[in-house]
Each structure stands twice: as structure tokens, then as C-alpha cells.
Ligand binder design. Structure first.
Ligand code: CA
Length: 242
């Protein structure tokens, strides 16, 4: 099996390191492991990982410090691994330049999905390969047509308003990744609307009524409580590689 990518794991908990290493190696990734922030920084400069999994609670420094340092010279995708239930910590990590986060405890499929998405986004310079190819995003019965500015569910036009479409379109471009409330509000309504979450919540409720079979149990756009929203990963031929 061809190596799918080199993953640097920065984590001081040996049991979690071993779990992640087993999962990654079984799925064709190469795993590099370090246990401190200092080692992480030296590893980042000496090896060239494709993605870093970064624990926030390290023995010698806060994981966010590693991220801040890295961002001075590199756009390497970073998935923050957090044991903390504190949502503001996750928002801060995303604001500091993390690409995504995963909360302990997590399962195999969630871990692999985060890594796949993070690597895919760098290899396609921030774009979604399927969208780049045909200007459409597909996930199960959902279809976003970027040329027609329309969203279809099982072939039916969802009749989204302009702002509703912009929201769904943006989440589709970053499918699989969480986009923060603040980021979405700034992108759709401009900087002056920042921190007014109400307008976003109202729009999302309307979107869900139009695209989800059961708005209370969404299958396309998920709420990351206290952080933002995440679109389901698209049906991508890239998933079948290797
Ligand atoms: Ca830790």
C-alpha cells in the first residue's frame, strides 16, 4: 500500500499515542511520535510531515504555543486533539490557525476522517477537488450547484434564499471541517455583524427546514456546540485511492 501521508503526533499520553499509531499505520499512514512541545518544534523543522495532530495539554508548554510558533513559517495542516470540553479553547485554537479539532475520546473513523480532510485541503490548496472539477458538491442526496447558485436534495430544488445559499456553499467548500460562528458571520454578513449569532442561528434553522429530512437530527450540516457548523464530507473519489 502506498503511504498516504506522514502524520506527526504530538501527545504525552502513551496509550493514546499507541492507539493513534496503530490506527494510522493500519490505514497506510506513516506515524511520527513526540511527547513534548519542544520535540514537536524540532521535528517539524527536521522532518516534513503532511499533517500534525497536536495535543493541547503538553508537559512542557501549551499546545497552542507550538501552533503559534509553527504558523510564523508554515501552513502545515494542524488538527488539535483536545481533552477539554471548554469550547472557547477550541475556538481559540481555530483562530490561532488550527485547521480542525478532535475531542478525546474519539473513535477510529472520526480520527481518519479528520486527517483525510486536513491533508486533502492542503493538496488542493484549500479547495475541494470535486468542486474544482465540476463546480458541484455532492454528499449523499445533497447537491450544491455552484454555477446555478442552487441546492438540491434528492433532485428537488431546496429554494434557498441568497444568504442561505451562501452559507451552505461555504460549508460545502470546507466540507468535513468545522467553520466557527464568527468566521461564517464575517464571510456572509461582513465584519460589522461579528458576534451576532442570532442571525446565523435563524438562517441555519431555515436551511435545515429546507434540506434536512429531520431538522432536529441533521444528516448534512452538523452543529459543533459552542463552536460552529460542519458539513458532512462529500462523496469523493479521493476516498477510494490507495
Ligand atoms: Ca496531554
Amino acid at each position: 500500500m502506498a503511504v498516504r501521508g506522514k502524520v506527526l503526533i504530538v501527545e504525552d499520553d502513551r496509550a493514546i499515542c499507541n492507539f493513534i499509531r496503530r490506527v494510522l499505520e493500519a490505514n497506510g499512514y506513516e506515524a511520527l511520535i513526540v511527547h513534548t512541545g519542544r520535540e514537536a518544534i524540532s521535528m517539524l523543522t527536521s522532518h516534513c510531515p503532511d499533517v500534525m495532530l497536536l495535543d493541547l495539554g503538553l508537559p512542557d508548554m501549551d499546545g497552542l504555543q507550538v501552533l503559534t510558533q509553527l504558523r510564523k513559517w508554515s501552513l502545515l495542516p494542524v488538527v488539535v486533539v483536545s481533552a477539554r470540553t471548554d469550547e472557547s479553547e477550541k475556538v481559540r485554537a481555530l483562530d490561532e490557525g488550527a485547521d480542525d479539532y478532535i475531542t478525546k475520546p474519539f473513535g477510529t473513523s472520526e480520527l481518519l476522517a479528520r486527517i483525510r480532510t486536513a491533508i486533502r485541503h492542503t493538496r488542493t490548496t484549500g479547495g475541494n477537488p470535486l468542486i474544482a472539477k465540476e463546480n458541484k458538491f455532492r454528499a449523499q442526496g445533497l447537491l450544491i450547484d455552484y454555477d446555478k447558485y442552487r441546492v438540491y436534495v434528492d433532485g428537488q430544488d431546496a429554494n434557498l434564499t441568497q444568504n442561505e445559499f451562501k452559507l451552505v456553499a461555504l460549508l460545502g467548500r470546507y466540507a468535513g471541517r468545522v467553520l466557527t460562528y464568527d468566521y461564517l458571520i464575517r464571510e456572509i454578513w461582513g465584519p460589522n455583524k461579528a458576534y451576532d449569532n442570532q442571525i446565523l442561528r435563524v438562517n441555519m434553522a431555515n436551511i435545515r427546514r429546507k434540506i434536512e429530512k429531520n431538522p432536529a437530527e441533521p444528516q448534512y450540516i452538523f452543529t459543533e456546540v459552542g463552536v460552529g457548523y460542519r458539513m458532512i464530507e462529500g462523496d469523493s473519489p479521493a476516498d477510494k485511492e490507495a
